[in-house]
Write a protein that binds this ligand. Structure first.
Ligand SMILES: *Cc1c(COP(=O)(O)O)cnc(C)c1O
Length: 350
């Protein structure tokens, strides 16, 4: 006999990327931003007092919601905050998917989605992306019968952004909630924020983890038409965003120009690193995110292992669709020089 629910016993659990103790490693494995957050965040941190921590934080994180709503041209009641956007994904599954229900998502995509479904006692329809990692023409039909369709745009770990016209078509044709995960949207040429005005079944989620260099504070934001937000607010933990994060996150959101400057640097490094890897014989997929998904000229698992011996961490996803590729986060130019130098050595040793 076990004390644990059968579905939990049987599942593997999500495996996050490694967070090594060794700070000397070049860390290109979890899509963190290599640049520091805004100086406004440093100032906000210095202004915090421990006396204020006696009180619970604002359960609705109103200052954050107001700021996001202002920037996105929405009303405050169209925004919800989470303890990272992963928390919002959990809230979404718990709000919109019944136990015994079904979600749908592309394959490959962010591997947390099926895990969240499983914990909820729901199953997942995996919709194979085509050979260019784009949704098949009958995507909505394949997702039929599920109540929530996750679409990461840009997608993880492939880095491409599905066509906007495809996204519109899916939002029209699919009968349930279309959850557009825009964790990487600040690095992309366009986004789906304005879908929220148009479609009553769309949720768009964002995070400060990547573009704002704040993965450590855990803050995500999502927007949707107010009737959807109202239901999600019932499901979230009352105090899901802590007081420190509310203060620091607000300072970060207000400094758009710092974020955008870092995004531009990362985009420039992305272009350059893609060209360099291509010259070394990699097949580099087009990326709208802060990482490259590339097929090395040697087996990708061996490449990842060899890089580790050079003290460089990247991410390798085994599996039929992803196993030939390596996912490399865009670091500083110096980080990428180290990656390229190690790659040249590894390829020469073959
Ligand atoms: C990084 C990532 C997230 C998680 O972001 P957090 O806000 O750090 O929880 C969500 N979705 C995708 C596709 C991601 O890559």
């Amino acid at each position: 006999m076990s004390y644990t629910r059968q579905t939990i016993l049987e599942m593997a659990g999500y495996t996050p990327g490694e967070q090594p103790r060794d700070r000397l490693l070049v860390k290109l494995n979890t899509n963190e931003n290599p640049y520091p957050p805004s100086p406004a965040v440093t100032e906000a941190l210095a202004s915090l007092t421990t006396a204020g921590l006696r009180l619970y934080p604002d359960p609705l994180a109103r200052a954050l919601r107001q700021e996001a709503a202002r920037q996105w041209n929405l009303s405050e009641d169209a925004v919800i905050c989470g303890n990272g956007s992963d928390d919002l994904l959990t809230i979404g599954v718990r709000t919109f998917v019944d136990q015994g229900g079904t979600i749908a998502c592309p394959d490959p995509t962010y591997s947390l989605y099926p895990v969240l479904a499983r914990i909820q006692g729901a199953r997942t329809i995996h919709i194979p992306l085509d050979e260019t990692f784009n949704p098949p023409p009958d995507c909505a039909r394949q997702a039929a019968g599920s109540s929530l369709l996750f679409l990461a745009r840009p997608n993880a770990p492939t880095g491409n952004a599905f066509d906007l016209s495809t996204m519109h078509q899916l939002c029209r044709d699919y009968q349930g909630i279309v959850w557009i995960d825009e964790a990487y949207a600040d690095f992309a040429a366009d986004n789906c924020l304005d879908f929220v005005h148009k479609y009553p079944n769309v949720v768009v989620s964002r995070t400060v983890s990547k573009s704002y260099s704040l993965a450590g504070i855990r803050l995500g934001l999502a927007c949707a038409q107010p009737p959807l937000i109202e239901q999600m607010l019932k499901v979230k933990d009352s105090y899901n965003v802590n007081a420190l994060t509310q203060t620091l996150g607000l300072a970060a959101l207000k400094d758009q120009s710092h974020m955008q400057t870092n995004v531009k640097r990362i985009q420039a490094t992305r272009r350059w690193a893609a060209d360099e890897l291509t010259a070394l014989g990699f097949q580099v997929l087009p990326s709208e995110a802060n990482f490259l998904f590339a097929r090395p000229p040697i087996p990708a698992d061996e490449y990842a292992k060899a890089l580790r011996a050079h003290h460089i961490l990247i991410r390798y996803f085994p599996g039929e669709r992803t196993g030939d590729y390596a996912r490399v986060t865009i670091g500083t130019d110096a980080d990428m020089q180290k990656l390229l130098q190690a790659t040249r050595t590894i390829l020469a040793d073959q």
